[in-house]
Write a protein that binds this ligand. Structure first.
Ligand SMILES: Nc1ncnc2c1[nH]c(=O)n2[C@H]1C[C@H](O)[C@@H](COP(=O)(O)OP(=O)(O)OP(=O)(O)O)O1
Length: 226
């Protein structure tokens, strides 16, 4: 795997909030940036001086407007995402909670929405999600894994075409909505359906020894949480 050799990693977080009684999971539609136009959990880069747990709670509040008590916030696993010809891997710390406080709200980066477990839009998510998210939803965590991605040829990223309707309202500000029903100036835009990367290989294991804290560059679990 010469083209997948890594020399360093960035630390990211990903949070799934679950309504156990209703069998629903809260996902966010990413409106911009890395992974734009895909549904995902909430998360992002861990900032200097933050623990992964603190970073995950901060991102959840920023992106969905809700908080989770420390005792309800559980580490579900770690995923190391690797990209062809990119020496920097993304070490993503996955958390879950069955409880939350506050009112769910949209922000400029994410549009939150509840999905029944049976209706999770895997065809509009990172390809690896269909491997590990069902495990998380079924309580088969903690887990750890490595996922390998290649960039898709440009023509393969034009899988769906969405009509974007630009509405200019009377106060002259411009709102852009993915909609086919609103009036205004419409144009068609190509969107990647499952992102610009194709997963070409993966390894995922249920962690029997405990909750993984860190994955070493060689893919082994570097340490476990106490
Ligand atoms: N392959 C895959 N599957 C599932 N989830 C993810 C991936 N790759 C990823 O990066 N992710 C997740 C991990 C993070 O939750 C986000 C990416 O975070 P990002 O938006 O880059 O970080 P922020 O700190 O919020 O970004 P900016 O504020 O800099 O825009 O996707």
């Amino acid at each position: 795997m010469e083209s997948f050799t890594i020399t360093s990693k960035k630390v990211l977080t990903l949070v799934l909030v679950i309504d156990k009684a209703e069998q629903k999971v809260l996902l966010g539609y990413k409106k911009r940036g890395f992974g734009a136009h895909l549904w995902n959990g909430f998360g992002g880069k861990v900032e200097p001086g933050e623990t992964t747990r603190e970073g995950a709670l901060r991102e959840l509040e920023e992106e969905a407007g809700i908080t989770v008590k420390t005792e309800d916030f559980k580490k579900a696993g770690i995923l190391l995402f690797q990209f062809e010809n990119d020496p920097v891997a993304l070490e993503t710390h996955v958390y879950k909670s069955y409880e939350y406080q506050g009112l769910i709200r949209e922000c400029e980066e994410m549009r939150p929405q509840w999905f029944a477990f049976a209706d999770v839009p895997y065809d509009q998510m990172w390809e690896d999600d269909r491997i590990w998210l069902p495990m998380l939803l079924n309580g088969q965590d903690p887990f750890y894994g490595r996922m390998y991605f290649k960039r898709k040829p440009v023509e393969d990223t034009k899988e769906i075409e969405t009509t974007v309707t630009s509405v200019v309202n009377t106060s002259t500000s411009t709102h852009v909505n993915h909609s086919t029903t609103m009036t205004g100036t419409s144009f068609t835009t190509a969107q990647p359906k499952s992102g610009p990367f194709a997963m070409c290989d993966y390894q995922l294991e249920h962690s029997l020894q405990g909750v993984p804290r860190e994955i070493a560059l060689d893919g082994t679990i570097a340490s476990f949480e106490n």
